[in-house]
Structure formats: structure tokens, C-alpha cells
Design a binder for this molecule. Sequence first.
Ligand code: SF4
Ligand code: SF4
Length: 433
Amino acid sequence: MPRPLQEQKVLQDQVKEIETLVVDGMDISGHWNRMFGQRVIFDYDYDNLMKVADLPGGESLNWCYGCAKCTAVCPVDIVGDYSPRKIHRKTQMGIDLFKSDDLWLCTTCMNCLRVCPKEVNMIQIMPAVREQAVLNGGVPAELQKAFEDTAKTGNPLGQPQRKRAAWTDKAGVDVPIIADLGRPVDILWYVGSYPSYHPRGMDAASAMARILTALGVDFAILGKEEKDDADSMRLAGEKGLFEMLAEHNINAFNKYEWNEMVVTGPHEFNAFKNEYPKYGFERPIFHYTQFLVRYLDQLKDLMQHEVNAHGICRVTFHDPCYLGRHNGEYEAPRQLLRAIPGVELVEMGRNRENGYCCGGGGGGMWLDSFTKEHTQMRLSERRVLEAVEYQATVLSVACPFEVSRFEDGAKSTGNDQLKVLDILELIDKAING
Ligand code: SF4
Ligand code: SF4
């Protein structure tokens, strides 16, 4: 499109060139030394961009200089049309992010921030804008329901608080509740909402209980005193709910004596390690892979069953965004997997720092139908296809969000032959057969 006449005139006025110029014997006359003054940009209305940039946490959207490094790594762009660069450009062109569906598609996976030369930080921008959208009642219905269930029952699955430890009945080993023990314990195990209530999460929780017992660890859980960590609620814009549950959990943690805390999920790990300290809680926290890897020699002695007796052989691992990119842990899960008899570990193309995202972070766990309407396929489905492409027979995970997400993805893409198993389940099979 030709430039507007007014703009052309300004450009002409700003052209500066010296008619005759020789420097160090080199003739750089006329257009060879042509310079332009700074151009006035006429075609952008910055109001919607500045509405974001003016929010505390939203500033960095305005730092984007359009290099597009982020677009190449954004997992949502691989199944759709998305990245910080595109968000920046759209707001520059007048789109109101506060009312746009784009606001809910970012999973806060952090791959863009990893490569961005300008440190445009979607992990801060998205919660800041979403918080305003939540206040104005502009939240997709399925996410709103998760907020309400969490506020009412203490977990996003809407299950009764008193049944939080009901899964222990089927664990096959004694799972002590710290209040009942009446003594200090070495390890406080924060189980988490999905391992407490979701059928596949409960499988992993039971496996963890059996492994801790086999290792002779002195542990206990909080039972009905434990509530959701709510980090995903915070990232989805419900900071008030996050603060309410953080206060509850911190009081419960501080009520008892323990040395270290082990958590089942990377989101809880991130919450307790990086967010709860802002509210006065700072204690040693470990993801279960980091904790179990300390017992690697003992585990090797205990794992006497070849897991490929179950038809399992080529195992690939999906790095959870909140264990890997957000908290830098890539080795512990792989060390555990390599130690399991019968496991052949194969890496997918997107692994470690550039690992793909399952779509469950930043509130995405409760936005599946919404996301599906805006992308060619769910991120979990895309990841399943990658695992199949690498001929894996098992997609192993270390996050309670992922088992159900990938199992659904395996079914919906017609890849039922791909088994999805938590690393805990693989270790448990190797120990107990
Ligand atoms: S990588 Fe950063 S600077 Fe480059 S386009 Fe993306 S957000 Fe903008
Ligand atoms: S955080 Fe992840 S999903 Fe969000 S824009 Fe960046 S790369 Fe894309």
C-alpha cells in the first residue's frame, strides 16, 4: 500500500545528503551518504497496547521489537496462530487484549521468555491482564467453574474436602496423616488435588505411597487439612483465590514439625518454592523426582521386575513446563527412568529447555473446549503425535495434570496403543511387579 501523502512529504523533508563528499579518498557523494531523520509513525493507535503496558506486570509487552524468535517456539503457534509478537502487533493495531479470546490461550509455558532478547514476559503480562478481566466478569465459562469449585471446595475438581485422603484406603500401605501421628516427621508429602481425587492421579499417589514405604521414608500427609496450591488460579487471573488458599496452606504447613516437603506436582512445587515465600513461607521443597533420585541406589536394588514384561519398552518423557523451564529440573526424571529395568529412554525432538507444553498450565487445564475452538488441535494431542512419531510405546510424565490430558489425546487421535504413565507408576511396577 502506498504511504499517505503527508508521510511521504515528511520523509522527503527528512532526507539529508551532502552533494559532494570525499572521505579518506573515497567518494561518497550524494545518495551514498544519504541519511533519514527519525520517521514519524502515523498508522498505529497505541491506546490498547498502553492499556496493557500501564498495568504492573504488563510493561514488557511494549518492549517487543518484532524479531519473531518467540513465534518459532510458542507451542500454541504450532497448532494455531499465536505468540507474544503477534499479541504485541495485534494490540498495536487496535485489538483490546482485555476482551480478546487471545487472552486465554497462553499457557504460561515460558518458552518465549527463554528466547526473547527483550525479556517480554508473558508469565507476568498474562496474569496482570487476566486479573482485570476476572474483575470485569469476562472469564470463559469452564474456567469460571474451576474458580468457583476451588473457592467452594478447596479443589478445582469440586470434590468434598473431607474426602481428600479417601484415596489412601486403596493404596495398599499405611499412609499416615500428620495430625493423627502426633509427632514430628521427616517428610511432609503435599499430595495435591488431582492425585487426591482424579482416578488416574490416585493411581500415581498410591504408587508414591508404596515407593516411600518400600524406601522406609518417615513421611506423612496433611489429609483434609490440605487444599489446592492455586498457582494455576493465580496465573489464570484469580489472585484473590490464590492468596486465600496460600494463607490456608501456609497455616497448615506451619502447624506441624517436619524437615522437608515433597510435592507430587510441578505446579505445587513452583507455588511453594517461588510464590509462597512472598507470603512468608520458605522451607526446603522438592519435586518427587528430585527427592527419589537421592535414593537411586536403594531404588535400583528394590526394582527387580522388568517393566517390559507389561509390554512396555520404548519410553519417552514429557518435560513439565513448571519442572523444567520454570525451575530448571531436567535430569532427575531422566535418571529415574534410566534406572528402571526394561526401560529404553528415547527423547522426542522437543525436549528439555525446548520441551513442548501439554496445554494444562496457566489455567489451560480448565480451558480445553475453549482452546479447541481456536486451534487446529489440542496441545496434548500434538504432543501425543510427537511421541508416536518417535515410536514410543509409553509417554511418561511427572505432573498430575498430564496423565489424563495425554490419555484423552491418545484416544482422540486414534493412538490408544500409546500408554501414558507417571514415572511413579513405572517405578512402582518395577518394585512390586
Ligand atoms: S522474541 Fe521478544 S522481542 Fe522478539 S518478537 Fe517475540 S516478544 Fe518481541
Ligand atoms: S508463555 Fe508459552 S504459550 Fe504463552 S506466549 Fe509464550 S511460548 Fe506461547
